[in-house]
Design a protein around this ligand. Structure first.
Ligand SMILES: [Zn+2]
Length: 457
C-alpha cells in the first residue's frame, strides 16, 4: 500500500487508505461528511454529545500571542466549491465535540481538548458556539480541479497569520484534499473526510504519535485503535502502554517502531487539559507505569514495585538483542527477568495490592517469553481489609514460548475482598528463566460494555 511521509517521518497510511477508498466527486457534488466510527460502541446521538465549549477566546483568532495553547478549528474552502461556511459551521462543531467526547470516553480519566474560540458570536446558542469555534479561511492557492495538498493549506494559514506556536490547526477541507498531519511553518491536521475518528487520528499525529502497535511483529498494528482503524474505532490506546497513559503523565512511550527513539505520552499534550481521575470511560488500568512496564531501573538492577518469593530471583533484564530484552515493539520499554530455581514454587508479584470491589470482575494480563522452556500460571490473590488472604484465582499452567505471548486470568472478586495481589507463579521442579512485561489489571464492570476488560491479545 502506498505510504507518504510527512516532515516527522510519520507514515500517513491512513490518508492513503482514505484516498484509495474514495472516488473524487465532481466538484459541484462534493460532500465532505463522512461516517462516524462506532466501535467499541456507538457514540451518543447528536443531541446528546456534550458541547465541549471554549478553553480560551480571542478577538482575533489569527493573533494568539500570549494565549494558552489550544486547538484552532478551521473551515477551509476554495473557489471551485465555494464558501459553504454557514451550511457547515454547526456540523463541524458537532464533529469537534465528538473528538472531545472520544478523548474523554476512551478511559476512566477526565480529559478534554482545549479549543480556541473567537469573540462576538454569542454563547447562548449552539449556532453561536459553532460560529465562535469554527473560523472560515479561503485557500486561494488551492487546486480547484484536483487534489490540494496539506502544504498549500499550511502555507495559506501561515500567510493569514495563523502561525502562533501555541496553536494547532484542525482543518476541515471543503474540497479535494487529504487526511493527513503536516508541519511546515505551521502544523495542520487536515481532512476532506469529516468525522471525529479521522480528525482525531490526524490531530494525534501532530504530537508525533505514529500508528498504534499491538504486536511483537514490527509494522503490525493494533486493529482496535483510533490510530489505526479510525474509520471504525474511536478509542485511544486501550492498553495505556502504546502512546497514551492519562493515569501517569510521567510514563513515556516509544511512539513508533524500534529503532525510533521518540518518547512521549499523548496525555501530557498542552492541547489537552490535564487528565483527572476518575470518571467512567471505556478502558482502565489499575497499575502504575512502573508496574506495567518495569521502566524505572537500569538493566541488571532490582525492579522496584515487585516482590519475589520462593524459588527464583529477579533483575531488570540485561541488554541483549531487541526481541530478547523487552516486548519492545509493543511497548518499547524494559522487562523483568525471573530466574526460576527448582526447590520451590517461584512467585513474582506486584508489591502494591490495588483496591478492588467485591463482586466485580477483574482481569490480569501479562506478556511472557522464555529463551528455553518452562511453565507458569497467573494468579489473583484476594485480600480482605485486614490484609488477610481470602482465596486465589489461577489461570491454567501454560508452557511459555520463545516469542512474546500475552497470558491472562480473570475472576470475580470474592465477598470481603478489598485488594488483590497479582503474581506470576512458576511451579517447583523447574530451572529456567522467563521475561515478564506489559502487565495490566482491568476492572471489567466498567458500565460501558458487557465486559469492559479488553480483548485478549
Ligand atoms: Zn495516520
Amino acid at each position: 500500500m502506498p505510504s507518504k511521509l510527512n516532515r516527522f517521518g510519520m507514515a500517513v497510511i491512513a490518508a492513503s487508505l482514505v484516498a484509495l477508498a474514495t472516488v473524487s466527486p465532481a466538484r459541484a457534488d462534493f460532500n465532505p461528511i463522512s461516517t462516524e466510527p462506532t466501535a467499541p460502541y456507538a457514540q451518543p446521538a447528536d443531541a446528546n454529545v456534550p458541547q465541549r465549549g471554549c478553553a480560551t477566546t480571542l478577538t482575533d483568532p489569527a493573533n494568539a500571542t500570549g494565549s494558552t495553547p489550544a486547538v484552532q478549528v478551521i473551515y477551509a474552502w476554495h473557489e471551485g466549491n465555494g464558501n459553504n461556511y454557514e451550511a457547515y459551521a454547526e456540523r463541524i462543531a458537532k464533529i469537534v465535540d465528538r473528538m472531545d467526547w472520544l478523548l474523554d470516553e476512551s478511559t476512566d480519566h477526565d480529559q478534554h481538548v482545549k479549543l480556541s474560540c473567537r469573540t462576538g458570536y454569542g454563547t447562548g446558542t449552539y449556532s453561536g458556539y459553532a460560529h465562535a469555534l469554527v473560523v472560515p479561511e479561503k485557500i486561494e492557492a488551492a487546486d480547484v480541479s484536483g487534489e490540494t495538498g496539506p502544504g498549500i493549506v499550511a502555507d495559506d494559514l501561515e500567510a493569514a497569520g495563523y502561525d502562533n506556536a501555541n496553536r494547532t490547526y484542525v482543518v476541515f477541507e471543503d474540497f479535494d484534499g487529504t487526511a493527513t498531519a503536516h508541519c511546515g511553518g505551521v502544523c495542520v491536521a487536515t481532512s476532506n473526510e469529516w468525522d471525529s475518528g479521522t480528525m482525531m487520528h490526524e490531530l494525534i499525529h501532530l504530537y508525533e504519535v505514529d500508528h498504534a502497535k499491538v504486536s511483537e511483529v514490527p509494522g503490525v498494528l493494533a486493529v482496535n485503535d483510533v490510530m489505526t482503524s479510525q474509520y471504525n474505532d474511536w478509542q485511544i490506546d486501550q492498553e495505556f502502554n502504546t502512546y497514551y497513559d492519562p493515569s501517569e503523565l510521567s510514563a513515556l512511550f516509544h511512539t513508533s517502531n524500534h529503532p525510533d527513539t521518540r518518547h512521549l505520552n499523548l496525555a501530557a499534550w498542552s492541547r489537552f487539559t490535564v487528565p483527572t481521575c476518575c470518571d467512567v470511560g471505556y478502558s482502565n488500568d489499575l497499575l502504575t507505569a512502573q508496574e506495567r512496564t518495569i521502566e524505572s531501573q537500569a538493566p541488571y538492577g532490582t525492579p522496584s514495585g515487585f516482590t519475589v518469593s520462593g524459588g527464583g530471583w529477579t533483575q531488570v533484564t540485561p541488554p541483549g538483542p531487541d526481541g530478547a530484552t523487552s516486548a519492545r515493539y509493543y511497548d518499547g520499554r524494559r522487562s523483568l527477568t525471573m530466574n526460576v530455581q527448582s526447590y520451590a514454587d517461584g512467585f513474582v508479584s506486584v508489591t502494591r495490592r490495588p483496591a478492588v470491589t467485591a463482586g466485580q470482575r477483574y482481569k490480569f494480563f501479562a506478556r511472557l517469553t522464555t529463551p528455553t522452556s518452562g511453565n507458569v500460571k497467573l494468579r489473583l490473590s484476594w485480600y480482605n481489609s485486614s490484609n488477610a488472604l481470602i482465596s486465589t484465582s489461577d489461570s491454567p499452567s501454560r508452557a511459555l514460548s520463545s516469542s512474546w505471548q500475552e497470558y491472562s486470568v480473570s475472576a470475580v472478586a470474592p465477598t470481603g475482598a478489598a485488594t488483590v495481589r497479582l503474581s506470576v507463579v512458576s511451579p517447583s521442579g523447574q530451572n529456567f528463566a522467563y521475561l515478564l512485561d506489559s502487565l495490566q489489571l482491568n476492572r471489567c464492570d466498567n458500565g460501558r460494555t458487557v465486559d469492559g476488560c479488553r480483548i485478549d491479545g
